[in-house]
Design a protein around this ligand. Structure first.
Ligand code: SF4
Length: 508
């Protein structure tokens, strides 16, 4: 029988969550670097460069890779000959409580405070729990005397694109995946991974898909050695065919949409073919460790020489002064063009938009003047030490589509900055009001925060990270995603690259 001290378990979980907030897994960086080197689409290559630069900055500065520091999933295999022991006088916790205590410590760590994103009462008040608890914990009792722990922090943008279907046994899994991935848009911040769970029951398939994302990226090894079973055959086929969709980094069109496809399967009922698919994003974060009773585990820092040293070339970018820019000037910007924004940038996301549009409906005066201004869809991480603002990457703009027409029609807003594509109704409104939509790179949050030189709350302070701020930005890089005529780079980019890829015989 092995005794695992409760405190060792908790402090190991807390340390691992801090670790993954700023260190990408090495296999992810190696694979992303490879994608960067072979990418031929300039816009996608530029986006991958920003992700790699951001990753290195985070690893060096110990600050979060993404402003969305995720919901914590923990997969715990408890050996049947292991037992947990609280210190004398300490309250005994169950596994959920121990994991939650680790989450609490990690997310409230004053040296690297992480964003609390978890809301209780999800169908009602949606109230922030303030410490990112509770985690989603899966426990398995296994043979042995050790405790194996995997912790992951999953971004809401990629979790939002999780899919499940109960296929007929004769249906094609490949067809379903290829039909479904384009409907997921770019809100899951590709390039990343797809985890696919096949078989079991509905809940088993979802769990298999999520667990598969905890495996290291090894598709190139699989290609080299060849598939040994049906699951591996599917991995190879889907990796090639999904990349042939041409979606590319951030949905801009390009050679790499997925760095790997994972497949796990389990026996199922003769009448069923359950299939789950969960994407993992540019902020892939997970850590694995084993407690054997000898004390807490603190993972070694990775060798940062494995991170490429890239510089971001903005010499061709158009410089835009946000304080003086006019609708006429903005109408000359073309989809795919890179801009460097300087000046005052407003912020606001879901909750702020809900309040603003409710005020407009009631005919009330808004607390902020949006005329001729740009709004950045963001929920930043709190600053630490001498930072003006913590990591502050864009959130998914598609969620703001339902507010866009009213905001453009009734506030005089000139443009928006976010990530991922816009839907048809939002694009129509952008065209009608000669507005523009710009995108920053989802997952390059620390890099973006370095362009913020001032920040003050203008309204809705009680919303915390969802308050309306005014940022003072300098040379903030963005790409024109929807121009004032309604042309969208998320439509033209993938269509162009899908055609180009068709001429490439084997995707590496
Ligand atoms: S990379 Fe994108 S999907 Fe992932 S956590 Fe960040 S914003 Fe969310």
């Amino acid at each position: 029988m092995t005794t695992i001290r409760q405190e060792d378990f908790i402090s190991s979980v807390a340390a691992a969550l801090q670790y993954i907030s700023y260190y990408h897994p090495v296999d992810f960086i190696t694979s992303l670097t490879r994608a960067y080197e072979r990418e031929e689409s300039p816009a996608a290559r530029d986006a991958i460069a920003q992700l790699l630069i951001n990753s290195r900055m985070c690893a060096e500065g110990h600050r979060p890779i993404c402003q969305d520091t995720g919901i914590v999933s923990a997969f715990i295999k408890v050996g049947m000959d292991a037992r947990f022991e609280p210190a004398p006088g300490e309250e005994r916790k169950d596994i959920q409580q121990m994991v939650d205590e680790g989450v609490r410590r990690a997310y409230l760590d004053p040296d690297n405070k992480l964003r609390a994103s978890i809301l209780a009462d999800p169908a009602g008040a949606r109230k922030n729990t303030k410490d990112n608890t509770p985690a989603v914990v899966s426990v398995e009792l296994v043979k042995g005397a050790a405790v194996e722990v995997i912790v992951a922090a999953k971004g809401g943008g990629s979790e939002a694109k999780a899919k499940f279907i109960m296929l007929n046994p004769s249906d094609s899994i490949v067809d379903w995946v290829l039909k479904t991935v384009p409907t997921m848009g770019a809100g899951w911040c590709p390039p990343g991974m797809l985890g696919i769970g096949i078989g079991g029951t509905a809940e088993k398939a979802m769990l298999l898909a999520k667990e598969s994302l905890m495996d290291p990226i090894d598709i190139q090894d699989l290609k080299a050695r060849g598939a040994k079973n049906r699951a591996e055959e599917l991995r190879l086929e889907l990796y090639d065919k999904v990349n042939r969709l041409g979606i590319g980094a951030q949905g801009l069109g390009g050679l790499t949409t997925v760095l790997d496809v994972k497949v796990r399967d389990y026996p199922t009922h003769a009448a069923n073919l359950p299939v789950a698919m969960i994407p993992n994003c540019a902020a892939t974060r997970h850590a694995h460790f084993v407690l054997d009773g000898s004390g807490p585990v603190y993972l070694d820092p990775p060798n940062l020489d494995l991170w490429p040293k890239l510089s971001y070339d903005v010499s061709a970018a158009r410089r835009v002064n946000l304080d003086t820019v006019t609708r006429e000037q903005a109408s000359t910007w073309k989809p795919g063009e890179v801009l460097l924004l300087t000046g005052k940038l407003l912020t606001g996301r879901d909750a702020a938009h809900q309040r603003l549009t409710a005020m407009l409906d009631r005919g009330e005066k808004l607390p902020v003047d949006f005329r001729g201004r740009f709004i950045y869809y963001v929920g930043p991480v709190d600053p630490v030490r001498d930072e003006v603002m913590g990591p502050a990457g864009p959130t998914t703009a598609t969620r703001m589509d339902k507010y866009t027409r009213q905001m453009l029609a009734e506030t005089g807003l000139l443009g928006m900055v976010g990530k991922s594509e816009r839907g048809a109704a939002a694009i129509d409104a952008i065209r009608e009001f000669s507005a523009v939509y710009l995108m920053a790179v989802g997952g390059a949050a620390y890099l973006v925060s370095k362009a913020i030189h001032g920040a003050r709350v203008l309204a809705f302070a009680d919303l915390g990270m969802e308050a309306i701020y005014e940022f003072d930005v300098r040379d903030m890089p963005v790409t024109v995603a929807v121009d004032s005529q309604g042309a969208s780079v998320h439509q033209t980019g993938p269509a162009e690259w899908q055609q180009r890829i068709a001429g490439i015989p084997i995707l590496q």
